[in-house]
Design a protein around this ligand. Sequence first.
Ligand code: AMP
Ligand code: ZN
Length: 468
Amino acid sequence: MKPLVLYNTRTRSKDVFEPIEAGHARVYTCGPTVYAPQHIGNLRSQLLADLLKRALLAQGYRVTHVINITDVGHLTDDADAGEDKMERAAAERGKTAAEIAAQYTEQWLRDREAVGCLAPEVLCRATEHIAEQIALVETLERKGFSYRIDDGIYFDTSKFDRYAEFARLDLDAQLGAGRIGDVAGKRNPADFALWKFAAPDVRRQQEWDSPWGRGFPGWHIECSAMSRRYLGDQFDIHTGGVDHIGVHHTNEIAQSECADGVHPWVRFWIHNEFLNFRGEKMAKSTGNLCVLDDLIDRGIAPLAFRYFSLQAHYRQQQTFTDESIESAATGYERLVAHAAELREAGGECDASKLEPLRERFWGAVRDDLNAPRALAVAWEAVRSEGLDAAERWALLGEFDAFLGLDLQSAAPRAQSGESDPRIDGLLAEREAARARRDFAESDRIRDLLADEGIVIEDTPDGPRWRRG
Ligand code: AMP
Ligand code: ZN
């Protein structure tokens, strides 16, 4: 088997993947902070992890994939100042932090499944691993890497020689910029909270007893503690968005390498670039976002969003616009229609004829998960005149193990071959009602047509109808 090559942020080069334990790949992905809906930019980070997992499985590895849920400790300011995002959302919405976390965890699980992400082997919540986090902070304290100030227990980054290495940080510049003002008493600008004390005058919903008094864990410690619990002191691959390189992942490395005396703690670091929207990064904090349900409401299938994501390499920024998602949806529907037709065809397959395209497809996958190139090869297979239907289907069915577009069973959306001026007119009226957000009227028209046995399907090219 030819090796899988991955771009490794740690070495800034494309490295040949080899797991620590033969045949077994251990992977950790930073999951969602569940104080608000996860948007389709967040989903991009899940899709990268999913493509990675599918590539590892195709290479024959057993995969243990761990994803965390951040349900405490992530503050509005990454530098340990500001409010806890969970507590703030709970106060604003008049709900408990646990209710907020449950609501958005469920939404995230549903959405990631809808876009074809395989379930992780372990899904772990920060609030359910407080003991592990406290134990890790105790280790760091015992080894002399922490100090105590009024605000909490902090990690002393000056004690870790390699602190700046991973993200190529310029710590002198940080000093000059005076970020030390964030939290009074910090020794170095980059120092970060391991454990925060609950303010004496504020009763938090989420606080626990600890050797240092009541409080809650800093944001970074959960990933070090939970990955260690489920994957051991050292493991193979860690994934997340590029925004995590400079602070969150740098701090995870500091904690884990200092607590366990290992280096490198993680061999491969894989980071996805941003999904942009209206000229900037899609982000919860700015409200510049779009969620999967917005697409579904517009008649765009969740897997059409996956198809859209496959069109860009994970290390490229990708821009989300109405036009780009609609054209991806059309492309996806066409691919599904071809797959359905080819599936039915049956017939003999000459395996030797499949090799060139197979080699090019899996070659693209092995070359740092090059999804756009793999997708192009899949289309070549569909169109290839040298192959009969059974051969094309053999390829497409196999390729879907990586693409994850449900080509094995997705049904093409029915095209209405018919036209009826009255029904077409009613449909147009329904569209107009939806555009002015008069949903009572649009539902009335839908029900009227349903009574006549007419089924409406919303597609990226507008609604279609057929007789049910
Ligand atoms: P959060 O819920 O904010 O902790 O983010 C969850 C994951 O989504 C992290 O790995 C982020 O790096 C990633 N992420 C956030 N915004 C974007 C975006 N616009 N494009 C791609 N990934 C993102
Ligand atoms: Zn993390």
